[in-house]
Ligand binder design. Structure first.
Ligand SMILES: Nc1ncnc2c1ncn2[C@@H]1O[C@H](COP(=O)(O)OP(=O)(O)OP(=O)(O)O)[C@@H](O)[C@H]1O
Length: 890
């Protein structure tokens, strides 16, 4: 917390605590720089002024405070204490707002929406809290041991030996007197900052500890009780000494029993007053003790002024370091720590709660309730941060290195605490760089995919932008409707396993069919076997000589898988139409049209439609080339390259729809495959000719070619069509092949490939949006079953009580907002944003209030998400139980 700078040595006035908050001192005492400076002063020479004394006094008090804080943290109130430690008050609670709200809302005057974390605290370096918590616990453990009472007794009962100057002395380095403190300061694993603090601490005499204290009117340390709300965080200076600041506040006067000599001036005489400290709350199970400080214990600035004699450090007087017990203590009974039997680290060894502080090394702090939720920044690794390195540096990212978890992180898991088991691998390998894996914090609409250059600014986003583009949506919906279409009062029979036939060739063309004399009908049909919809093509009156004539071609065509060919599934004969029909089953592509329907039949009433663009023709050529390459490669021929048998399933996407049919019909009289393949290329040329000229009639071909030469198409296209259509002649008997065609159109194929990639990108981007919408839909379904539920589990107001009440208020907050005139606010962005945040369960807080403004909550989306899941699971369980019961009853 950079905002809490330590007082510099030059500025003595700033040493005085300006806040009555004990936490201020607590924080000061843990600041590494101050501790370092302080420790060095104690080692290198005498304290130059009362500054060091003041600091030490503060440390001593802090030691007490740490006990409280440590126990408070153990008692489970860590969150509020954390808030208190990290955020000394800077402003009064707002009028009308209770202290809890103040704690949540107004810390450090930072409004809740400015990037606060779980506790509403401003962002801070990860690890700092864990570091401080660790130190707190270490200190708390030590002071929970017998040393604490020993120190207390020594100071309060004035039993300390006195230095030559008359100053009482207390050696905290004595391993006999203060074994755990000594062990603590020797422990290797302690942060260096603490060790230095302890080093400075042990070298001081009692006079240094106690003398400056009376000069501080605000020296009383007001420890917060477990009820933080009752703590007046607005006080910038301490209440007067002796004033009872409330039952829940603990007043610990730190006072002197000896005058402080400053600058050789006499110190005003003061009657010695016992150093009153509360008992360890862990020992006596009291968290906060109301202690009233008598008025007689008050100190004024006069007691520490220019007239005070100057301080003479013990080191200078003695000349060398010596045992600081005075002769007065020679007769004192030998101190035996309570419960101590081991001379090495007796107290620590006996203290089960402090058993992790051993002489061999202080084990690092491991939080009791481990929080591995990566949404919170507080969960830093307490394992490796300071085990050997010493001072924790919050700005060193190395300590925050995260390695890839050995267990795969599941972003769909509701509860990530299960990762606790894999905590160690997750936080290991700090040396090598490893990409950090973090769960997605905000599941807001991800701007994936191609972005139009003319897109409006983010704040101009419209509802349209959140959903599928209208044309795509309309197309998909039409296709869906076409797939589900049924024919009312249909006279059409079921054909084998196919039922619900719907005719597709509603407009029969006048031109002759490519299938010769057989009349062709096309239906949409649903399979009884799997419920899928297929295209059923019926060749009325067609006959086959043998089973082989259907099975053999089918087996060959089933091997074909190509994006420009409609997949063949089945072929069989049927008498279901009361005749002999040959039935072909293909994949169904809803709302498709033949090229003839799309480009030629629409020219009605002599309308002159613009000619097909050349790039579209090249695209068709490329796609058919792709289809033919596959078909010819399998030793087959398409035999259906005709405007009526090439269907357009999407924009500019074409497929051969009637493959295999002629192979079955002409099975007995089949021609050589090379000839058929050659014919495919000729048919391709004729198709382009038909489309380019815009007429189905291109005979004679020669005149059509001449007509095509007069069009505005490029010579390259004209040349290709000519090459395709012209049959081999005696001077050039070499057959044309698909492998010969492909190199001629390579760059057009690449153009086509690029367009399909861009189309893919566009679809992918839309898919992302729909992914978000799908999540919101699920969340809304959950909220829908919870909100306003009349009764559940014998509770009439189930949805209005408990956790569900905040969900109701959230519903109002999202959907039922009104403006100052009571008019509804229909802010789609607000609704989407709130629902996404709820779905993500982020740490951001939201202020919910009832319609009558009598009830208000400040709650995080994370908690709300938990509540939604709890309530939904409750309903789900009940539903499952009931259905199981009802099933059992049958
Ligand atoms: N696999 C398919 N999936 C969906 N619709 C198809 C499929 N195959 C053909 N169709 C559609 O069925 C309709 C009839 O197709 P068909 O092949 O019979 O064309 P046509 O113009 O009627 O030809 P013909 O004059 O030879 O009967 C066309 O609208 C076509 O788009």
């Amino acid at each position: 917390m950079g905002s809490h700078r330590l007082p510099s040595a030059k500025n003595k006035s700033s040493v005085r605590p300006t806040k009555s908050l004990a936490v201020f001192d607590f924080q000061r005492s843990l600041n590494a720089r101050q501790l370092k400076d302080f420790g060095e002063r104690q080692h290198t020479g005498p304290p130059q002024s009362a500054l060091a004394c003041c600091e030490l006094a503060s440390l001593v008090v802090n030691l007490r405070l740490l006990v409280f804080l440590g126990n408070e943290i153990e008692s489970g109130d860590a969150r509020r204490l954390e808030a208190m430690v990290w955020n000394p008050p800077t402003s009064s609670p707002a009028n009308g707002m209770d202290s809890r709200q103040h704690l949540e809302l107004g810390r450090s005057g930072i409004p809740p929406h400015q990037g606060l974390d779980t506790n509403g605290d401003p962002a801070r370096p990860v690890g700092s809290w864990a570091q401080r918590l660790q130190m707190t616990r270490v200190l708390g453990t030590v002071t929970k041991s017998e040393d604490q009472e020993q120190i207390t007794d020594r100071i309060s009962q004035d039993e300390c030996p006195r230095a030559a100057s008359g100053s009482p002395r207390l050696d905290l380095t004595s391993s006999e007197e203060f074994p755990s403190l000594t062990a603590l300061t020797k422990a290797d694993t302690l942060p260096r900052s603490f060790k230095k603090a302890a080093a400075g601490y042990r070298a001081l005499s009692r006079s240094e500890i106690t003398s400056p204290t009376p000069t501080w009117p605000g020296q009383q340390q007001h420890l917060p009780s477990s009820s933080v709300e009752s703590y007046d965080r607005t006080t910038s200076s301490a209440p007067p000494c002796g004033e009872n600041v409330g039952e829940q506040l603990l007043t610990i006067p730190v006072e002197s029993t000896a005058p402080l000599p400053i600058r050789g001036r006499p110190v005003p005489k003061m009657s010695p007053v016992p150093f009153r400290l509360s008992r360890n709350p862990v020992l006596d199970r009291r968290v906060a003790l109301p202690i009233t400080t008598p008025a007689s214990l008050q100190f004024t600035k006069k007691s520490f002024n220019v007239d005070s004699p100057s301080f003479t450090p013990a080191q200078l007087q003695s000349g060398s370091k010596k045992h600081t017990f005075s002769s007065q203590t020679a007769n004192a009974a030998v101190f035996t720590p309570k419960g101590s039997t081991n001379s090495a680290t007796p107290a620590l060894a006996q203290d089960s709660e402090s058993s992790f502080v051993t002489a061999a090394g202080v084990r690092d702090f491991t939080p009791q309730a481990q929080n591995y939720d990566l949404n919170t920044t507080s969960a830093t690794n307490g394992v490796a941060s300071d085990s050997s390195a010493g001072i924790y540096d919050a700005f060193t990212m190395a300590t925050m290195g995260q390695a890839l978890p050995t267990t795969q992180y599941n972003p769909y898991a509701e509860d990530h605490t299960s990762m606790a088991g894999v905590a160690t691998p997750f936080y290991q390998a700090q040396g090598a760089y490893a990409a950090a894996i973090q769960p997605l914090q905000y599941h807001l609409y991800a701007p994936v995919g191609p972005h139009k250059a003319d897109m409006h600014h983010p704040y101009q986003k419209q509802a349209y932008d959140f959903f599928l583009p209208n044309d795509i949506r309309e197309d998909l919906q039409k296709k869906s409707a076409a797939t589900r279409q049924v024919l009312p009062n249909s006279q059409l029979p079921d054909v084998s396993q196919y039922h619900s036939l719907v005719p597709l060739d509603t407009a029969k063309s006048s031109h002759t069919s490519i299938f010769g004399s057989s009349v062709c009908w096309v239906y949409k049909a649903t399979s009884k076997k799997n419920g899928n919809v297929y295209c059923l093509r019926r060749l009325q009156g067609a006959r086959v000589a043998s089973k082989n004539s259907t099975n053999e071609p089918l087996a060959k065509w089933k091997r074909i898988s190509n994006g420009n060919i409609v997949t063949v599934h089945e072929v069989f004969t049927s008498r279901d139409f009361n005749d002999t029909s040959l039935i072909f089953i293909h994949n169904y592509h809803p709302n498709s049209k033949t090229l003839a329907e799309h480009h030629i039949s629409q020219r009605r009433f002599g309308q002159q439609q613009p000619p097909i663009q050349e790039n579209v023709l090249w695209s068709y050529i490329s796609q058919l080339c792709n289809a033919l390459r596959t078909v010819h490669g399998e030793g087959l021929a398409a035999r259906c390259i005709h405007p009526t048998k090439v269907i357009m399933t999407e924009k500019n996407r074409i497929r051969l729809s009637a493959c295999m049919i002629l192979d079955v019909l002409e099975y007995e009289t089949s021609r050589p495959i090379a000839e058929l393949q050659q014919e495919d290329l000729v048919d391709l040329g004729k198709l382009i000719l038909i489309l380019g000229l815009g007429t189905m009639t291109i005979s004679p071909v020669q005149s059509a070619l001449e007509q095509f030469q007069r069009t505005m198409y490029s010579p390259e296209l004209k040349e290709l069509v000519f090459w395709l259509v012209t049959p081999p002649y005696p001077e050039q008997p070499i057959q044309k092949t698909i492998t010969e065609l492909t190199p001629r159109i390579t760059h057009h194929i690449l153009d086509s490939f690029d367009s399909s990639l861009q189309a893919y990108d566009g679809i992918n981007s839309n898919l992302h949006q729909e992914l978000e919408n799908g999540r919101i839909a699920r969340l809304m379904l959950k909220l829908g079953v919870i909100n306003e539920r009349p009764d559940f589990d014998n509770e009439l107001n189930w949805s209005e009580t408990g956790e569900r009440y905040s969900l109701k208020l959230f519903r109002d907050y999202v959907f039922h907002q009104v403006d100052s005139n009571g008019n509804p606010v229909l802010d789609l962005g607000h609704m989407l944003s709130c629902l996404n945040k709820l779905d993500a369960g982020i740490d951001e807080k939201v202020y919910l209030t009832s319609r009558d403004h009598q009830t208000s909550f400040i709650i995080s989306y994370k908690e709300l998400k938990k509540q939604v899941n709890n309530a939904f699971n409750e309903l789900q369980k009940a539903g499952q139980t009931k259905s199981a019961t009802s099933r059992a009853g049958y």
